[in-house]
Design a protein around this ligand. Sequence first.
Ligand code: ATR
Length: 280
Amino acid sequence: MAHPDRFLLAGVMGWPVMHSRSPMLHNYWFKQHGLAGNYVPLAIRPEGLAAALGALHPLGFAGCNLTIPHKQQAMKIVDEADTLARSIGAISCVVVSADGSLSGTNNDCYGFIHNIRQEQPGWRADAGPIAVIGAGGGSRAVCYGLAREGAKEIRLLNRTFARAKGIADEFGKPIDALPWEQRHEALEGAAMVVNTTSCGMVGQPSLDVRLDKLPKSALAADIIYIPLETPFLAAARKRGNRTVNGLGMLLNQGRPAWKAWFGIDPEVTPELRAMVERTI
Ligand code: ATR
C-alpha cells in the first residue's frame, strides 16, 4: 500500500450524477492498487457548486471530477485554471493542494485522444480532413485535442452556427465553421467524423446526418457511451466504417486525474472496460 495511514477520497460532482460510471472506474483502481479509499458520486446543484468545492479540503478530498452542468461554472470558482482548461473554457478535474487551494484542469481532451489511440493504434490526426459535429463543451475539448495532435483540417458543424463560428474564431487554424445545411456534404473526403452532440444519447433524438458521402475508409467516433453504440455509430458500422465509442474517453480521462490526486498512473485494461460495459 502506498498510503497505509490515509483513507483516500475523491468523487464526481454533477446534477444529475447517479448515471456516471466514474465511481465504478475509480473504485476498481483503489482495489487494484490495494489502497484504502473511495470515490463517491456527489449530487451537487448548480447553486451549490462553490460551497461543495470549498468543502473538499476540510473533508480531506484529494480532488474531484466535474460533469454536467458544472464544467464551465467551475472556471469562476477555482483559485487557478491551467492553460488547457482556460483554452477549452471548462474544467473536468479539480485538484486540492496541500494549502487547500484548488486548481482546475481538463482531462477530456486527453481521454478522447487516448481512447482513439487505444482502439485504433494506427490512427493519425493528420491523415485527412476531420468533421466534428457539435459545438458544446465536449466539442471544444475534441477540437483542441485534434488540433494539438496535428489535424490539418477540421470541418466544424453545429445546429447553431454562431457557436461553431465562435470556436473557429477563438482557436483559429485548422478549424473552419461550416453551416449546418452542409453537414451531409461536409463528410465528403473526410478521414474521420466525430459526434460531440447529445444526439443519440439515451432518451435523445438520433443525429440527423447522412453518411452516404463519407468514405468507407473513414473512422467514425462518438463521445457518448450510453448507449455504447449510438444510431450514428451503428449506421457507420453497417456501411463498413470503423467505429470508436465514447466509453474509453471516460476511462482514459481518469488516468491523469489519478496521477494528480494520488501520484499513480493507473491502467485502462480490457478487464476494466468489460466490467463497465456490462453495466451499460
Ligand atoms: P456539452 O457541454 O456536453 O457538449 P452542450 O454545451 O449542451 O453540451 O452542447 C450540446 C451540443 O449538442 C451542441 O452542439 C448542440 O447544438 P446547439 O449548439 O445548436 O444547441 C447539440 N445538439 C443538441 N441537440 C441537438 C439536436 N437535436 N440536433 C443537433 N444538434 C443538437
